[in-house]
Ligand binder design. Structure first.
Ligand code: ATP
Length: 366
């Protein structure tokens, strides 16, 4: 169904190269003003999907519609007004200003006007001081800003970005992430960004399209994907999840007991299907939903476990535990919480109680 805000429709789109199917039947819609991330592992078909949206590749099946109008056979230059591809290489022999002016010149904008426009965008992206420098005299972050200014100067309705931050060092990448989010918010342009990094996708996008092997695995807000993975692939790809395999034991009251090497745990029974007693199931519990206590509190699921290792990631700590039955559990907590816990100083070999409530876990589809 097309609603008034639906800008772009990717409708059962496929792309075949000889015998191999790079994109196999992908459907999703993009509303005006959204920041969409196309995310997935290498080779999943995300770049091919973006290239088809840009008109750089023609689909071998399905239809792409912009504001309800079929785009499949339109050459990129015909789409240029609404859709702009950000990743074309910069011209190394032209100055920053001339790089930004280039597309405007191609569109026939008079010299005075395109000077003004280029200046406006250089100011906006903080690169006006380098206007007359050559591209090879710029840092990676500055080049990234030039590429953005050049694309945005064309005033697109939709900006298409393919791994825009991949060439930057980690520190700069995080800064550019915030900058892209701010630009998106200030400009109201629709952004579609390909990335293989879930932290990047989740930090920037309103909605994430997660792909694998040429197919969409899940579409949702970062929170939805984090809190309710649609399948095993998603639960594993986004990281930070515990996948507990066990046997369902009927428990009643909307709860289901699951027994496995981690012990015995209760979770809300799924509402969309009936789980038979004895069925092999996989429960997902996000690492940040598990607490660590020095002793049992008598509420929720409580499993005794031994600390294996601790991993410090900025202000968060991932603690790897082993249960008495030999299952591995991971827990993610803020560093200050670990430091101020009665368990502090937490160290390998220590015994703790891992605790989570019955509402935290959910079952993967069979
Ligand atoms: N021009 C081409 N000819 C043949 N096969 C291709 C072509 N372009 C892409 N493919 C194949 O299609 C599949 C999807 O490629 P695509 O570039 O879309 O993946 P991706 O998810 O963007 O991966 P990456 O993150 O590595 O860029 C891959 O198996 C790739 O080898």
């Amino acid at each position: 169904m097309t609603n008034t805000l639906t800008m772009l429709e990717i409708d059962r789109v496929a792309k075949r190269y000889g015998d191999s199917l790079a994109v196999a039947d992908v459907s999703f819609t993009i509303s005006k003003g959204e920041f969409i991330a196309l995310m997935g592992p290498s080779g999943c078909g995300k770049t091919t999907t973006l290239r088809m949206i840009a008109g750089l590749d023609e689909p071998t099946g399905g239809e792409i519609r912009l504001w309800g109008r079929r785009l499949n056979e339109d050459a990129p230059w015909k789409r240029n007004a609404p859709l702009v591809w950000q990743n074309y290489a910069l011209f190394p022999f032209l100055s920053v200003r001339k790089n930004i002016e280039f597309g405007l010149k191609q569109r026939g904008m008079p010299i005075r006007q395109r000077r003004e426009k280029a200046f406006e965008w250089m100011e906006r992206l903080g690169i006006a001081a380098y206007a007359d420098r050559g591209i090879d005299q710029l840092s990676g972050g500055q080049r990234q800003r030039v590429a953005l200014a050049r694309a945005l100067a064309l005033e697109p309705e939709m900006l298409l970005l393919d791994e825009p931050l991949s060439a930057l060092d980690p520190h700069l990448r995080v800064r550019m992430q915030s900058e892209l989010v701010r630009l998106h918010r200030d400009l109201g342009i629709t952004f579609v960004c390909v990335t293989h990094s879930h932290s990047e996708a989740f930090a920037m996008a309103n909605r994430v399209v997660l792909m694998n092997e040429g197919q969409v695995q899940q579409i949702g807000t970062p929170r939805e994907i984090h809190r309710r993975a649609a399948n095993r692939f998603v639960a594993e790809f986004v990281g930070g999840n515990n996948l507990l395999s066990g046997t369902a034991v009927d428990a009643g009251n909307g709860l289901m007991r699951v027994d496995g090497p981690f012990g015995s745990t209760l979770a809300r029974a799924p509402t969309d299907r009936v789980l038979q007693t004895g069925a092999e199931v996989t429960l997902v519990i996000a690492a940040d939903c598990i607490d660590m206590l020095p002793a049992r509190s008598g509420t929720g699921n409580e499993i005794e476990a031994r600390v294996l290792t601790l991993e410090f990631i900025g202000s968060a700590v991932t603690v790897f535990l082993e249960t008495l039955g030999g299952a591995e559990l991971r827990i993610q907590r803020p560093l200050h919480e670990i430091e101020n816990s009665p368990l502090s100083p937490l160290s390998p070999g220590q015994t703790v109680i891992a605790r989570w409530s019955e509402d935290e876990g959910y079952f993967l589809p069979a």
